[in-house]
Structures are given as C-alpha cells and as structure tokens.
Design a protein around this ligand. Structure first.
Ligand SMILES: Nc1nc2c(c(=O)[nH]1)N=C([C@H](O)[C@H](O)COP(=O)(O)OP(=O)(O)OP(=O)(O)O)CN2
Ligand SMILES: [Zn+2]
Length: 142
C-alpha cells in the first residue's frame, strides 16, 4: 500500500462550551492538519503515471479547506447567545459555526469527511491542537 501525506496549518479562535477549565475561555491555536491518503496501486498512465495522486492536487485541496477556517472564530451551534453572534458579525469578525464541539477529535473527523467528499482515498487525518496534542481519525483498520 502507498500512503501519501501532506499538511497545512491554520490559525483560529475557539472555546469549549460546557468545559470546566481554561479551555472554556476564548483562546486561539495554530491548528496543524496532516492528511494521509492510501492506495494499493499506482496510476498506470498519463500525467499521474506511477503516482497515487499528484501532490499538487492533494495539497491544494487541503489548503482550500484550511484556508476557509483561517483567522476565524470557530464556535459550536447553540454555544453563544444569538445577540452575541449578531454583535460579533456586526463588528466584522469572521465567524465559522460548526455543528460540533470544536475539539481536535471533531476536526480530525471533519477534514476526513471533507476530503472524502472530494473523492480523495483518505486513510487518516491528524489534527494537532498544540505541538504535542493530536487527534487522528481513521475508518479502515490498521
Ligand atoms: N481530547 C481533547 N482534550 C482537550 C481538547 C481537545 O480538543 N481534545 N481541547 C482542549 C482545549 O482546546 C485546550 O486549548 C487545549 O490546550 P491545553 O490542554 O491547555 O494544552 P496546552 O499544551 O496548551 O497546555 P498548557 O498546560 O497550557 O501548556 C482541552 N482538552
Ligand atoms: Zn483550545
């Protein structure tokens, strides 16, 4: 099996709703996303002969996904008062509402599903919330 890996980073603010501790406060991370795709066979002809996929295409797809979140405030649906959301929007802040608690675990699944929807043969996704704390989401067994 061939496994290709590419990575991107993005900066964003978040907080963990219902968390007892400092992560319930608004704070930021430089999230590092490492994406891996896997194939048993290489392409046999054309531009991508002897490749799983062109690294350029793989990198560009992940970058589009991370760029969409970059320098935004990511918050879980229902975790802020509607008036707060309106006020932040009026201030011109870039908000990104997600239907999940914005943990490293949920982001690793989020990027997995987004790349899968783009028809990449995703193997697993690792999301580093800090340089030493990481979640990896994978569906196929090792
Ligand atoms: N399993 C998870 N645990 C925690 C997550 C998570 O996504 N998955 N997230 C958080 C908070 O977002 C928090 O920002 C994490 O930072 P922290 O634990 O403080 O990590 P640091 O390396 O910054 O720790 P310091 O002690 O401040 O150096 C919490 N848990
Ligand atoms: Zn955090």
């Amino acid at each position: 099996m061939y496994i290709l890996e590419t990575e991107q980073s993005f900066d964003s603010a978040h907080f963990l709703s219902g968390y007892k501790g400092k992560c319930s406060n608004l704070h930021g991370h430089r999230w590092r996303v490492v994406a891996r795709i896997a194939m048993d066979e290489l392409n046999k002809e054309g531009q991508t002969r002897d490749m799983v996929i062109d690294f350029g295409d793989f990198k560009d797809a992940l970058k589009k996904l991370t760029d969409a979140l970059d320098h935004s405030f990511i918050f879980e649906t229902g975790s802020l008062k509607e008036t707060t959301v309106i006020a932040l929007k009026e201030e011109g802040f870039l908000l990104h509402e997600v239907p999940f608690r914005p943990t490293a675990e949920q982001f690793s699944r989020y990027f997995y599903e987004q790349l899968q929807d783009l028809n990449f043969p995703v193997y697993n996704i690792s999301v580093y919330e800090t340089p030493t704390n990481c979640s990896t989401y994978q569906e196929a067994s090792l």
